[in-house]
Design a protein around this ligand. Structure first.
Ligand SMILES: Cc1cc2nc3c(=O)[nH]c(=O)nc-3n(C[C@H](O)[C@H](O)[C@H](O)COP(=O)(O)O)c2cc1C
Length: 180
């Protein structure tokens, strides 16, 4: 891997922040446990066929559960969903069940589907990429999609004050591992 330099890292961070990506909550479950975290790294990656990618931090409980799940839930957060972002982005499933207090259904492949999130999909995992960075890329085929008109996404600028449940310093080795 190339060494990172300040000349590259700082302007790169400036551009990435200015892109102001929409925020989503990714969920996953195995028969033993469920997980979910806030993500800003996600995008459509193919039209024919439909494909979507999410990048999960290797520090996260959601990554460890997600790698053993067949499907992931992807919930696109709207302007009024800051509370959801806070619940799933600032606490870790390594410390307890963060689904307590949230209504959810079980989707295909056991993926938890949060009832408060009215735009999203469950995707079947079709590929994985780990090129040695601190996030793993999961490629999804949407198999069940729900959507509403007039969706206005919650964006990074709306939540960048939140402190991640697993901070940058936890990657790639988290302080605790409930799953794995
Ligand atoms: C604004 C913001 C963006 C985030 N983006 C991602 C992301 O793209 N991928 C990821 O895996 N974690 C991301 N996180 C971190 C996780 O949501 C956070 O560490 C969470 O508490 C991990 O929970 P878990 O250990 O239960 O999976 C982000 C957090 C915040 C606050």
């Amino acid at each position: 891997m190339q060494p990172e330099t300040t000349e590259v890292t700082q302007p790169f961070a400036t551009i990435m922040s200015a892109l102001d990506p929409p925020m989503a909550v990714v969920t996953a479950a195995t028969p033993a446990e469920r997980a979910g975290c806030l993500v800003g790294f996600h995008a459509q990656s193919s039209i024919h066929p439909n494909r979507y990618v999410v990048w999960l931090s290797k520090a996260n409980h959601t990554c460890r559960v997600g790698l053993r799940a067949t499907h992931l839930g992807v919930h696109f957060l709207g302007r009024g969903d800051r509370e959801v972002a806070e619940a799933f982005g600032t606490r870790s499933g390594d410390d307890g069940d963060k689904f307590a207090g949230w209504d959810f259904d079980i989707g295909e492949g056991l993926a938890p589907v949060l009832r408060d999130c009215v735009n999203g999909f469950v995707g079947r995992r079709v590929a994985l990429l780990d090129e040695g960075g601190d996030h793993v890329c999961v490629v999804l085929e949407p198999v069940c999609v729900w959507a509403t008109d007039g969706f206005r996404p919650l964006r990074l600028a709306d939540v960048e004050d939140l402190e991640p449940g697993h901070p940058v310093g936890d990657r790639p080795q988290p302080r605790t591992q409930r799953a794995g």
